[in-house]
Design a protein around this ligand. Structure first.
Ligand SMILES: Nc1ncnc2c1ncn2[C@@H]1O[C@H](COP(=O)(O)OP(=O)(O)OP(=O)(O)O)[C@@H](O)[C@H]1O
Ligand SMILES: [Mg+2]
Length: 431
């Protein structure tokens, strides 16, 4: 009687499977006719037989009489059968006695726990995968990034004629103010310039991203604004990027908005402290700062007003999302008010599009709208939405050191280049 197929037997392959057609072709080979003899060219010398070979029990032999374990052994049940040797004895001869070469028993238990036969993969040439040419969007993007890396890495940017102070502001939260401040600062510093970041947001995110200590015992911008401590005493060097410094913010700053209300010249305190620090650096023979970037909180309170008074330039990061433009008119109105009453030099010099997702039509629409309204202010470089950018702060780093080759880092290098080559802003360019 024909026994039920054991676990050793190779499962039948679907007709569409390339193996199945191999199998069919092999089975129909005249050389495997009644004689069961396999011609030398067909004989497989390797230990792992293909599915075709394993299923190709020659006619004239009782398939029930043998159980084939590919590459290991054949089990004889007494009748004329076939040997599949462990090291290449795969040539089949009709009437040959099967030898048991390795398996000590063919009990149902041992058959059940034995490993299933390995089926060799078809040759790579027969896979129906498309040829990955270099005209796919991904390949094109990779090639483009490689080119950008070559151009941007190691770039040297010209220093501005005098220290350029830029306030990075947008009262809308989570639009990329901090991310822009720290990455742009790092990009400028990596391009040979000397840069200071002033963290004026009680959240202290910029301090975190630059790897700067900012727990409550650390001397910070709070001491400068509220206690009149010299800025030189609270400045810390960024551990990862040479010529990049930071004035950290601690949680104490959360109370500063209220404490400042009753103080003399409350809107001018940052300006005075910064001016004194710049003079002190020159006097003590330290290198001149090329850029000072101030990271604002998402509000238009006294801290932000201090930042607007301390800088002639405002950079506005705009997230490429639907609500991005809401609140922008309020921000521009506030800039005008400060300009009228406190800082006549203040103007919006730069708009940077952040979290740009090239796959969405919405991002393209928002970007087009912003460029249409502010053609001269908007940097050509868009900052892409990128996982590497958002991961970097959790390692106490900017993306510029965390993953310098990523598209996010390259975009910040491009933005830094545009900023530096513009040679500061020109308020007459404003739309
Ligand atoms: N280009 C980007 N790609 C992906 N994630 C980003 C990008 N830019 C910023 N993010 C993430 O978005 C979040 C908000 O960014 P960020 O803190 O820079 O905004 P913010 O305007 O400073 O926020 P806040 O108003 O709270 O100060 C963060 O988690 C940041 O990691
Ligand atoms: Mg922030």
């Amino acid at each position: 009687m024909r026994p039920a197929p054991g676990p050793f037997q190779v499962p039948a392959l679907a007709a569409t499977d390339p193996l199945a057609s191999d199998q069919a072709a092999l089975l129909s080979t005249p050389a495997l006719g009644p004689s069961g003899a396999r011609p030398a060219g067909v004989s497989r010398e390797s230990g792992a037989g293909s599915a075709a070979e394993l299923n190709a029990v020659p006619a004239g032999l009782d398939p029930a009489g043998s159980v084939v374990d590919a590459g290991r052994s054949a089990v004889s049940t007494g009748g004329p059968s076939v040997t599949v040797g462990s090291t290449g004895g795969a040539t089949v001869a009709a009437g040959m006695q099967v030898s048991r070469e390795t398996t000590p028993t063919d009990s149902p238990v041992s058959s059940a726990i034995a490993a299933p036969p390995r089926v060799a993969a078809p040759p790579v040439e027969s896979w129906s995968l498309p040829d990955p040419g270099d005209d796919t969007p991904l390949a094109q993007e990779l090639a483009h990034d490689t080119l950008r890396r070559r151009v941007l890495h190691g770039q040297r940017l010209p220093a501005p004629a005098q220290t350029c102070v830029v306030t990075v502001a947008n009262q809308k939260g989570g639009v990329g103010k901090t991310t822009t401040t720290v990455n742009l600062a790092a990009a400028l510093a990596q391009s040979g310039l000397s840069v200071l970041v002033i963290d004026i947001d009680p959240q202290g995110n910029a301090s975190t991203a630059l790897g700067i200590e900012h727990h409550s015992e650390v001397a910070s911008i709070y001491d400068v604004l509220v206690d009149g401590r010299p800025m030189a005493e609270v400045v810390q060097a960024c551990p990862d990027v040479p010529s990049l410094w930071c004035v950290p913010a601690t949680i104490d700053l959360a109370g500063a908005e209220i404490e400042l209300v009753s103080m003399v010249a409350r809107e001018m305190r940052l300006l005075r402290a910064l001016k004194a620090y710049l003079v002190e650096r020159t006097r003590s023979g330290q290198r001149r700062l090329d850029y000072v970037l101030i990271d604002c909180p998402p509000s238009l309170g006294l801290l932000t007003v201090n930042a607007f008074v301390a800088a002639p330039e405002v950079m506005i990061p705009i997230q490429c999302e639907y609500y991005a433009l809401e609140g922008l008119s309020q921000l521009l109105k506030n800039v005008e008010l400060i300009q009228e009453h406190l800082n006549p030099d203040l103007h919006v010099s730069t708009i940077l599009l952040t979290m740009y997702d090239a796959r969405t039509r919405l991002a393209a629409d928002v970007a087009a709208q912003v460029r249409e309204h502010f053609p001269a202010l908007t940097l050509r470089a868009n900052i892409p939405r990128s996982v590497r950018i958002s991961e970097a702060p959790s390692h106490g780093q900017t993306v510029m050191t965390y993953d310098p080759g990523s598209s996010g880092a390259l975009s910040y290098l491009e933005a830094a280049k545009e900023l530096a080559l513009r040679g500061g802003s020109d308020s007459e360019n404003n739309a």
